[in-house]
Design a protein around this ligand. Structure first.
Ligand code: AMP
Ligand code: MG
Length: 439
């Protein structure tokens, strides 16, 4: 990507680019389409089932054997020949010899002949000759002789071989997300590894000479780096593997060297800070000359200045995707939710790239800048007076300060982002609004 592609028909100086008129800026939808157009699921790899949770299958999983693989008992009880027990009841108990004791895991297969039973535990193979199981509760639990007080139904408590799946059946389809029950389905199909799209490795770097590691003493002018923790946690929550680098100073050479070192080791690099028109905006200074990362403004608030592209390829190997997010924590978070998270989902091959959205009723209104879509951190609640119906969702801004992009404490209370359309400047109590649920 070049800047020319990024804002067609325009050539900008750095400063002119950041101050570009609204006409040359991209809408959120345009920027998102551009990002997603650059992202494909990562090439599939085989992983052990232990590492497969949450990943997306790249091929069907077929059963190796029938599931269950043999007829077995669904109850602790006695394997019987049903014809021996016709008419058995409490008033007509029938006593029979117990010729075997079959625990789960046994390979024994004593053939029952009429008049014989075998004690059997749940999961043990049904012996040849038996055609039903009498639960232990309908017996006197004898071990030599057992008295049975209930006539079993045909095939009672017998789990048939292959009743869950037949050898060769597709138990999981390519594209399925491996949530726990699906990991289990692959395991019971006899598979130890699965072909999946791997989780992307995502480096997270904060830039800013004012940033210190949280917990270190701060002198005047310094603040804790919260963005690298915010974004690393968000990467992990999105299903990626965060590689949190922490903060680097506003020094072009330091950043350039770090990015070059990281390029071969990660799929994505998420930077924050240094993308605006300040004198020390290091990210823009390092990435823009590469010609592969564009810094067109996006018609959104917060998150207007940001960049997206790739680190240059090494030979045939494409460089990692680069997201250059604004430094203000709320801006960084919103930009992550709107652009980075869907890209991580796409790299994972996830069928759903987007967060769930709801329509909610505004409790307390706020203002929105015209010409830009606003993403307002909000507290979403359900109306407890109501029936729990989704139409009764209510929202109010999470910060008393409103949409200020530095209001990280308010952000911590938010469980959604209300999406105000570009052409709306006032949100009033009672308005209906789309909200992206973020937790
Ligand atoms: P910048 O985008 O670099 O101009 O930064 C915008 C604002 O966000 C400044 O007030 C920065 O101090 C603040 N900021 C930038 N990076 C971080 C970070 N990693 N953690 C907390 N605040 C930050
Ligand atoms: Mg900065």
């Amino acid at each position: 990507m070049t800047d020319t592609e990024h804002t067609p028909g325009h050539t900008h100086t750095e400063r002119a680019d950041a101050c570009a008129p609204a006409a040359s800026a991209r809408t959120v939808a345009e920027q998102l389409a551009f990002v997603l157009g650059s992202v494909a699921p990562l090439p599939p790899v085989h992983v052990e089932l232990d590492a497969a949770r949450g990943l997306v299958l790249a091929e069907d999983v077929l059963t190796v054997t029938d599931t269950p693989p043999f007829d077995n008992s669904a109850m602790d009880g006695y394997a019987v020949i049903r014809a021996d027990l016709l008419g058995a009841s409490v008033s007509n108990p029938i006593t029979l010899p117990v010729v075997a004791d079959l625990a789960a895991g046994t390979a024994e297969n004593p053939t029952l002949v009429p008049g014989q039973v075998a004690r059997i535990m749940t999961g043990a193979p049904i012996p040849d000759g038996a055609d039903a199981v009498v639960p232990i509760e309908d017996t006197d639990q004898g071990t030599e002789l057992v008295t049975i007080t209930q006539a079993p139904d045909a095939a009672a408590h017998v789990r048939r071989a292959g009743e869950d799946a037949r050898a060769g059946d597709r138990v999981l389809a390519a594209g399925s997300v491996l949530w726990p029950a699906r990991v289990a389905a692959a395991a019971s199909a006899g598979t130890s590894t699965v072909l999946v799209h791997p989780a992307p490795r995502v480096a997270v770097i904060s830039t800013g000479s004012e940033l210190v590691t949280p917990g270190s003493p701060t002198r005047r002018g310094q603040i804790p780096d919260s963005n690298s923790f915010l974004l690393a946690a968000a990467v992990a929550e999105a299903g990626g593997i965060p590689v949190r680098i922490g903060a680097v100073p506003d020094d072009d050479d330091v950043l350039r060297t770090l990015l070059a070192e990281l390029a071969g080791t990660v799929d994505v690099i998420v930077l924050s800070g240094g993308v605006s028109v300040g004198a020390y905006d290091v990210v823009k200074a390092v990435l823009k000359p590469l010609g592969t990362v564009g810094f067109g403004p996006v018609k959104m608030q917060p998150g207007k200045p940001q960049g997206f592209g790739r680190w240059p390829a090494t030979g045939d190997v494409p460089g990692p995707l680069i997201f250059a997010l604004p430094g203000n924590p709320v801006s960084a978070y919103v930009s992550f939710e709107v652009f980075v998270r869907p890209a991580v989902q796409a790299l994972l091959g996830q069928p759903n790239l987007h967060r769930e959205t709801i329509t909610a009723t505004v409790a307390d209104g706020w203002k929105s800048p015209p010409g830009r879509a606003q993403y307002m951190p909000v507290i979403v609640t359900t109306d407890t007076e109501g029936t729990g119906d989704r139409t009764l969702w209510k929202v109010r801004p999470a910060s008393r300060g409103g949409s200020g992009s530095h209001l990280v404490a308010g952000l911590a209370q938010a469980n959604g982002l209300a999406i105000v359309p570009e052409d709306t400047s006032h949100i009033r109590g009672g308005d209906r609004i789309t909200v992206m649920l973020t937790s």
